[in-house]
Design a protein around this ligand. Sequence first.
Ligand SMILES: Nc1ncnc2[nH]cnc12
Length: 580
Amino acid sequence: MIEKRYRWKSEQLREHIAVIDGQKAPTKVLMNATYLHTYLRQWLKGHIWIYDDRIVYVGTKMPKKMDQCEIVDCSNVVLVPGYMEPHAHPFQLYNPQSFAEYASQFGTTTLISDNLFIILQLTKKKAFSFLRTMEKQPATMYWWCRLDPQTEIEGEEQIFSYQNMKAWIENDAVLQVGELTGWPQLLEGDDFMLHWIQETKKIGKKVEGHFPGASERTLTKMKLFGADCDHEAMTGEDVYKRLLQGYTVSLRYSSIRPDLPILLKEMKKLGIEHYDECILTTDGSTPSFYEHGIIDEMIRIALQQGVPVVDAYKMATLNVARYYNIDHLHGSIAPGRIAHINLLEDQLNPTPVSVLANGKWVKRDGKAMDAFEKIDWTEHGFVPLSFSWELSMDDLQFSMPLGMFMENSVIMKPYSISIDTSCEELSDEHDESFLMLVDRHGKWRINTVLKGFATSVKGLVSSYSNTGDIILIGKSKKDMFTAFQRMKEIGGGIVLAENEQIIHEIPLTLNGTMSSKPMSSLIEEEKTLTSLLKERGYRFADPIYTLLFLSSTHLPYIRITPKGIYDVMHKMILFPTIMR
Ligand SMILES: Nc1ncnc2[nH]cnc12
């Protein structure tokens, strides 16, 4: 439950009215502003009054009372509403706090985020306490609730129990269910999923799909079940199909699918020049992808592709707010809205020089204002991993006949292993590596071979995975062991070892899945890891996503999961895990 029953108490609303009546001074006035009015689709000139965290007036008047009011002359800037990321996965090495803090510097001050890591790792009580803490930050944090774990785990029924689902869906900070990675089950008759879709729609919240490559028929059926939006369009044709079926379409630009420029080009060719039902998402990219911006970067691409200026901004503001039914709070510079405002040097440069979030300066004249509160992670149940079990060299036995062949960063196909895996170290002459997934509590393990990952990565260990279990990949059993021992010592993380030396590590001290460091450090750590892996023969776009999705069953064709090697198309475990 959210602590506050209403966004603003009755007495606060009376104060807002008192400002208009001249009995109280606003806290800030943005004077002589040229600002984008997303309802009128025009750039207007005027003064914007803010009281605490809310815009209370826009127009040509100045307030009667101005004592202790901060007056900001905006004649040299243009103002746009704060940007909204409608589909964040705030746990790609970063954490919800570090991501929000970093995103705010680029003007993205409202995030609607995946609850996957939270629902899998925390009790409901701890999770909701964390959500309440995040509400106190200058960025606005909303959430979406998964209906499936996108992997095969024991105890799924307890995590996605009736009580848990009901509490999550009814939580005021939760705006939608999805993404529906388990939609094939729904088509096959899963009434659990259908029930929660119905309950969600009943209370006016949204349902997001996950329909890559879906046919017109599937899109129609999923629409009939209740899906509202999908972010998996990979071509202009896909966008068209989704709009035709009445979906809101999230246009994506992410580290594994940087599709936006192509989508916009192809949309134009197909005659789609109306953007009101389109929104923009970076879909949980890995840290280094965000080096040059977040949603601001997507607006820039849209402008470069010739999208009309107002539409480019609307896709990042009002369209998102309208989709989620929160346009009374977000998406425009108008009375009643939360004071998320970006100050730009120029309407063609969407990266702001100054940013107001919840009425507070989070960036001023190009400088970060340190406005975010520090989080006590331990209090919220995010602690370094501790292990009460030992890995032994006996665990590193690889006698499986079936391996996983990487088609790209995330798509894996089954193949027959023909190399000798009884040796201590595999040759650098080929691209097959040992692969093991081991329970973070040490109860089970499953070993196979991964083809295509690299030619000379000796030992890579990661506690960063879909389920939080431990992945070991490498040519050398000794180096896999060395990396594992180091990962244990640092309380979780990604560790690369070679010749029994640690050559790189990314500590992930928040349950082994997220870093507590700021994004700027993390970007460097991730870049180093990627270049070390590339030097050793990793040839795809995103090794972090490879690690995350090795056990994710929403992707074809074969996965390594806590229940065993899993055939996605036939929905069956081919080789079960071995108890240790
Ligand atoms: N389905 C998913 N789960 C977790 N992270 C993601 N990033 C992009 N898609 C994701």
